[in-house]
Design a protein around this ligand. Structure first.
Ligand SMILES: NC(=O)c1ccc[n+]([C@@H]2O[C@H](COP(=O)([O-])OP(=O)(O)OC[C@H]3O[C@@H](n4cnc5c(N)ncnc54)[C@H](OP(=O)(O)O)[C@@H]3O)[C@@H](O)[C@H]2O)c1
Length: 328
């Protein structure tokens, strides 16, 4: 009999790739989605849907008991929210509810994998140094703080086998975040915020999905940072994108203070409309942070995580997918 995995956030970018990888590993996949989630792209996959109310531990318990999952990969989360409270509720409290329900339901859950984020630690202030699992967390956004809170709450759940994964910026087919930059470059515009140096890190979504599946079977109660093991200066993503798309661009550097003004206006306007801003001041700090380089030595040693894609290889696949699917 196949082992069962519950994948939350299944309708999202990372969720799709988790499903594909889980199926390739011969797992029976239960995809947690919402009634209004967009799931057209999942319709040909041999999966079953479940609808969870993360605010209600009792209903979570009965759902978990009913299906007797072997594993949970918790990827549901928000990256844009109206307030810090909303981030904390969805990213942290719902994580704790699901984990507590798993323990209280008495099912024989072998592993709970939380997709956290490198934003839970935050960037380093200087160009020297590299983020490790021992780096003192100093998240600079409400999003990052909520992911750190989720980690704390998960570690506090007794009798749970868990792994926390902290991916850096994830890119790949279906991503709509970094895609905005690719789209600009395809339209021959390469815009940067300021001229300051940066060390950036990335992970290709397939590598993240593979690491998540490995984490089901390896390692106990530990936390791992994930990237492709390399770091990149602020221009490398643009340079590689131009080369792969074979386009020439107009390169511009926006003044940081000018973008700050736009971010402040966007933040104010969104708060008046009660919507989540696309760009706000703390998000801008994250985008312009100096050093996001991150060590993956621990994940290599303990999870056997050896990423297969450096940026050039991952971008080649990603941009091909965007083109084939008429996103570009
Ligand atoms: N993408 C990155 O660069 C990155 C980097 C580090 C960590 N992560 C983490 O990876 C996870 C997945 O991110 P993603 O990039 O795949 O984001 P995404 O495409 O926005 O997907 C988010 C998923 O979470 C679900 N979700 C959001 N709010 C929910 C709620 N209140 N109740 C139930 N489900 C809810 C969404 O469902 P609907 O489809 O119904 O909205 C969707 O399935 C997140 O936890 C994120 O923090 C992402």
């Amino acid at each position: 009999m196949k082992e069962k995995v519950l994948i939350t956030g299944a309708s999202g970018f990372v969720g799709y790739h988790l499903i594909v990888e889980a199926l390739q590993n011969n797992l029976e996949v239960y995809a947690a989605v919402r009634k209004n989630s967009k799931v057209d792209h999942l319709k040909d996959l041999p999966i079953q849907y479940v609808y969870l109310d993360y605010s209600d531990i009792e209903s979570l318990k009965s759902e978990l008991k009913d299906k007797q999952y072997d594993y949970i990969i918790h990827a549901a989360g928000v990256t844009r929210a109206i307030s810090a409270d909303e981030y904390d509720l969805i990213n942290a409290d719902y994580t704790a509810n699901l984990a507590n329900a798993a323990v209280q339901s008495g099912i024989n859950l072998k592993k709970f994998v939380l997709i956290s984020s490198l934003a839970a630690i935050g960037p380093l202030k200087g160009m020297n140094g590299i983020i490790t699992e021992d780096t003192n967390p100093n998240p600079i956004t409400a999003y990052g703080k909520s992911k750190l809170l989720a980690e704390h709450k998960l570690r506090a759940v007794k009798n749970l086998n868990y792994i926390i994964l902290r991916p850096t910026a994830v890119y790949g087919p279906r991503d709509t975040g970094i895609f905005i930059f690719f789209k600009q470059v395809s339209k021959r515009l390469e815009a940067y915020i300021g001229r300051g140096q940066q060390k950036l890190s990335f992970i290709y979504v397939t590598d993240l999905a593979k690491a998540s599946i490995r984490a089901l079977y390896t390692g106990v109660n530990n936390t791992y940072n994930l990237s492709d093991g390399n770091f990149y200066d602020k221009y490398e993503l643009g340079q590689l994108t131009k080369t792969i798309l074979n386009v020439k661009t107009l390169k511009i550097h926006l003044l940081v203070n000018f973008v700050k003004l736009i971010a402040a206006v966007s933040e104010k306007a969104s708060s008046l409309r009660n919507t989540a801003p696309i760009l706000n001041l703390e998000k801008l700090d994250e985008l312009t942070a100096v050093n996001w380089s991150c060590s993956i030595e621990l994940a290599k040693q303990e999870l056997g995580f050896y990423p297969q894609y450096l940026l050039a290889a991952g971008l080649t696949e990603t941009l091909k997918w965007y083109r084939d699917n008429k996103w570009l």
